[in-house]
Design a protein. Structure first.
Length: 295
């Protein structure tokens, strides 16, 4: 544009300032209208996303409860039931979250790219968590224990298994504490299943004084054991001398019961022996020490 044209255009603008003002006002109005429309559209999307989120979470929980009911009716393994319910619930909620993001306007390709990068980062950061997930699958496949079993872990934790979840196992101790143990450590450690076999042997030691009749003591102990209906006849209870201690003859007592009766039977037998043996003139020794004084 040459200088003459610039001068002519400038002159026209100065001669018609109202037209210039009208053009600027119309542009501002259009921008405001566009912003208002964008805000309304975004607000509607947010409202729809919130509704989808609430409905999706409700539906995910409802599906999980229905799945639990179906597994209970079909008598699924309790261990598998808790694991599957936990897994399905998490997957459904992740799916709802993805739908909410796409409703707001986030592109699916962006979500896939973010999930791909996040999965790598999460995989490196949560190696222990993924190990726990794999441990849960191994526990369900190999079944070293099931829901309801009493176990002792490699770390010395003892209790009854209540739930086997995706990453942890819920253990209730005998003094009513609740422990959440990582599945990875359980799958890779030593597990003592105390209730897997129905029958259990109880071992106990009874000390009698030197000079007491061992045969009389043995017969008195066996008599107490035979009167208890919880104690099995096969294998038969046995009583034998296992040690000659410093101040006592040690008799080892072995008998078999069901696991459910094991602890109660042991306590009852000890109490009955405490009453029965003295009646047979069998004495419970006290620690003794002979002291010789030289003048």
């Amino acid at each position: 544009m040459n200088p003459n044209e610039i001068i002519e255009n400038t002159t026209e603008i100065l001669q018609n300032p109202k037209e210039l003002l009208n053009v600027e006002v119309s542009s501002i109005d259009a921008a405001i209208q566009s912003l208002i429309q964008s805000a309304i559209d975004f607000g509607i999307k947010m409202l729809v996303a919130i509704l989808i989120f609430c409905a999706g979470m409700w539906l995910a929980n409802r599906i999980t409860r229905s799945l639990k009911a179906i597994m209970e009716r079909r008598k699924f393994d309790p261990s598998l039931k808790s694991f599957l319910a936990s897994f399905v619930n998490i997957v459904l909620k992740v799916f709802v979250f993805i739908i909410v993001l796409t409703t707001v306007g986030v592109q699916m390709t962006s979500i896939v790219a973010v999930l791909g990068a996040a999965s790598l980062a999460v995989g490196l950061a949560l190696q222990g968590t993924l190990q726990n997930f794999a441990g849960g699958i191994i526990i369900l496949m190999l079944k070293p224990f099931r829901v309801g079993d009493a176990i002792e872990t490699a770390s010395g934790k003892v209790g009854v298994v209540k739930k086997i979840m995706m990453f942890t196992t819920e253990l209730h101790t005998f003094d009513n504490q609740v422990l959440f143990l990582p599945n990875g450590a359980l799958a890779n450690g030593i597990i003592t299943n105390m209730s897997k076999e129905g029958d259990r042997r109880t071992d106990m030691n009874i000390s009698i004084s030197y000079g007491d009749d061992v045969d009389v003591a043995r017969k008195a102990i066996l008599e107490v054991l035979k009167k208890d209906k919880r104690i099995m006849n096969k294998p038969e209870p046995i009583v034998y001398v296992s040690n000659l201690g410093d101040s006592a003859v040690v008799l080892s007592v072995r008998f078999w019961t069901s696991y459910d009766d094991m602890f109660a039977t042991r306590g009852d037998v000890l109490e009955k022996l405490y009453v029965a043996l003295p009646k047979k003139k069998i004495h419970f020794p006290y620690p003794q020490m002979d002291v010789h004084v030289k003048k």
